[in-house]
Design a protein around this ligand. Structure first.
Ligand code: URA
Length: 257
């Protein structure tokens, strides 16, 4: 049996209104618990085993949520900001109720995979600097990215603050000469840490500039190719279990060494 919770708390938590609105609705006979009409919104219910209905709709209680977002450019990875639009502003009001937050940051001009959850434990495991969860990015880089850059990234490059990055895997997907004689490269880069502006700074370290950046994976989680920019969806059960297993296995590896 799960910890009992007041009916009005459960319903407001799931977006059915304020406590006073719920009290009124319960009095009006809109809510049943285990097929019985209830009149007391202060009733304690077992959120996992009791069957709560709001009129004809079964109210499924949950307290953790996981969203995959295809972050567009122009919004910041924060929960609130006085000037800028945040990724939370892209959520439907009902999806903000459980207070999800972005797991890690993508720059304002970076697109791609962003996990939003209120599961602090999973977020901590995915972000902890002692864990090395792979993140893969696609980028367009001004300049001719070379095999030499690939070797440098594999060994680690020194960033502007002196930090030497962990080995990263660089694939050069396409290099194109422009009409003015300059070069543009399309690359895919997998890094195992998440320093501030890391991808951009790694390319700066080899004298090149990232002009477009998009994250496509984080651990086992892959950006759904069917998810339009600016949209989000819940993780599937399989995505969630794989990600949790992955976070736990990275931990297990670290504990052994
Ligand atoms: N590296 C960057 O430079 N920017 C991001 O948004 C993510 C990784």
């Amino acid at each position: 049996m799960a910890k009992p919770i007041r009916l009005d708390k459960l319903l407001s938590h799931m977006g059915y209104g304020s406590r006073s609105e719920i009290k009124k609705a319960v009095k009006q006979g809109k809510v049943t618990v285990n097929d019985r009409l209830v009149k007391d919104s202060g009733l304690n219910v077992d959120p996992e085993n009791d069957e709560v209905y709001w009129q004809d709709t079964r109210v499924m209680y949950r307290d953790v949520i996981y969203f995959m977002m295809h972050k567009p450019q122009g919004v910041i990875s924060a929960t609130e900001d006085t000037r800028e639009r945040t990724v939370i502003d892209l959520l439907q009001p009902e999806d903000r109720l459980l207070k999800p937050f972005p797991v890690g940051r993508l720059d304002k001009d970076t697109e791609g995979l962003l996990l939003l959850t209120n599961d602090g434990q999973l977020a901590h495991e995915l972000l902890s600097p002692r864990k090395h969860v792979d993140k893969t990015y696609e980028a367009i880089v001004a300049g001719k990215v070379s095999e030499e850059d690939r070797d440098l990234f594999e060994r680690g490059v020194q960033l502007d603050d002196g930090y030497v990055t962990m080995p990263a895997v660089l694939h050069i997907d396409h290099v194109e000469e422009q009409s003015d004689g300059s070069f543009t490269s399309r690359i895919t880069l997998t890094i195992r840490e998440g320093k501030f502006h890391q991808v951009k700074r790694m390319f700066e370290a080899v004298g090149k500039r990232v002009t477009y950046l998009r994250r496509i994976t984080m651990g086992t989680l892959e950006l759904d190719p069917g998810l339009p920019l600016g949209r989000y969806r819940e993780l599937t059960e399989q995505e969630l279990v794989s990600l949790q297993d992955h976070a736990a296995s990275v931990k297990a590896k670290k504990t052994q060494t």
